[in-house]
Design a binder for this molecule. Structure first.
Ligand code: ADP
Ligand code: MG
Length: 370
């Protein structure tokens, strides 16, 4: 595996136009940015370049406009925030307004790098996709990973290759089938797995528990059964909730055990489960957390995520959090500075943990200056 070039490998950047692929896919509500974490996270790389006399041109996708211009996904709000944080830095229009981005069309790559001298990839959150802006420019331009991407790679490959044990992975959120894929790989490196969020209901159903009308993926039940069997056989524990908080069939707030009545919906782990999960986190030496424990955007269902976030802050373990919503939850509880690393990539962090490489990293290793 040849080296991934770093910023220093770009040589003298003075007077050069540098295309920086950033991940400015920020959460938005009614045209306003609700959390600018991803913009602030790109500043060290942008400043490194501008301080050395480069002209920085940033580019990103935002949401899923599906290959067509759509004012709902315009970069205007991001551009305005970027102008406050990094005056004079350019930002191209949403990359996904052009179908060539996701199709990795060479004509779109040519358009992107027209007038550009150097390329920097700092979009960890998009590195698991072989899209034009990620894999195209390094084919011809001297390239580098930005400081954010470099840190992400160091931390996540460190987790994968030599974690301190006990190593615990805490999984939740709603992208169930996306995340189940990584459980296999995680079970090879972790000592135990803690499962909350919507994800737990497919596991609970696999154990034969009725789950009411909670979110679950019927076609993943067999996968969950196999994972439970395999983990038991290899002496690894998959911790599942013993109590659940949600709404009963009449729509009233209710606390349940592992078995949910007909029509009930589980929206958070219960207080007993939250305490048990905290204990596992407190006893660990490495913790990776991806996915909120419940529908934390609704204050009635935020307690489980808050308790786990507090344990992440309090434990002596090396703590890494991945996932846009998980990071937003941490920030909401003002605990984002209390963990060791908040990853800017959800899917990308899982895929790097799973496979040990990403299309974006492979592309950088093939750059002319690598
Ligand atoms: P991340 O962005 O951290 O990777 P996901 O995108 O997978 O996490 O999931 C985040 C979403 O999961 C949140 O919007 C949250 O409301 C939702 N969620 C968590 N638990 C539940 C649940 N029990 N039922 C429905 N939605 C849930
Ligand atoms: Mg998410």
């Amino acid at each position: 595996m040849s080296r991934i070039p770093t910023l220093a490998d770009l040589g003298d950047v003075r007077g050069k136009r540098v295309l920086v692929r950033t991940d400015f896919n920020v959460p938005m509500e009614n045209g306003e940015i609700t959390d600018d974490f991803r913009i602030r996270a790109a500043l060290p790389t942008i400043n490194w370049l501008t301080e050395r006399g480069a002209q920085v041109v940033t580019c990103s996708h935002l949401g899923r406009p599906k290959g067509q211009p759509n004012p709902k996904y315009s970069m205007d709000a991001v551009r305005a925030r970027l102008a406050e944080l990094a005056p004079g830095v350019e930002l191209l229009e949403n990359l996904r307004f052009d179908p060539g981005e996701e199709a990795n069309d060479p004509a779109f790559v040519a358009k992107l790098i027209d007038g550009i001298d150097l390329y920097v990839d700092d979009a960890f959150g998009a590195c698991h996709r072989a899209h034009a802006s990620i894999v195209g420019p390094p084919r011809t331009l001297p390239s580098a990973m930005g400081l954010l991407l470099q840190k992400e790679v160091e931390v996540l490959l460190g987790l994968r290759n030599n974690p301190k044990h006990p190593f615990v992975a805490v999984l939740g959120g709603s992208k169930i089938s996306d995340k189940l894929g990584v459980v296999d790989a995680l079970l090879k490196v972790v000592d135990s797995l803690v499962v909350g969020g919507a994800m737990c209901f497919t596991f609970l159903a696999a154990l034969g528990n009725p789950i009411g009308d909670s979110l679950f993926e019927a076609d993943q039940v067999d996968t969950c059964k196999r994972l439970l069997d395999e983990s038991a056989a290899s002496g690894k524990t998959i911790h599942l909730p013993d109590d659940i908080v949600g709404l009963d069939a009449a729509g009233n707030f209710a606390t349940f055990g592992r078995r949910l009545p007909d029509g009930a919906k589980g929206f958070d782990i219960g207080p007993g489960t939250a305490a048990a999960f905290s204990d596992v986190i407190m006893d660990a030496r490495t913790v990776f957390w991806n996915g909120p424990m419940g529908m934390f955007e609704d204050p009635r269902f935020a307690a489980g995520t808050r308790t786990v976030a507090q344990a992440m802050a309090d434990t002596k373990a090396f703590t890494v959090v991945g996932g846009g919503d998980s990071a937003a939850a941490l920030a909401q509880f003002h605990l984002d500075t209390e963990v060791d690393h908040v990853s800017t990539g959800g899917g990308a962090s899982l895929e790097l943990l799973e496979l040990g490489d990403l299309p974006g990293l492979e592309a950088l290793r093939g750059a002319p200056n690598a």
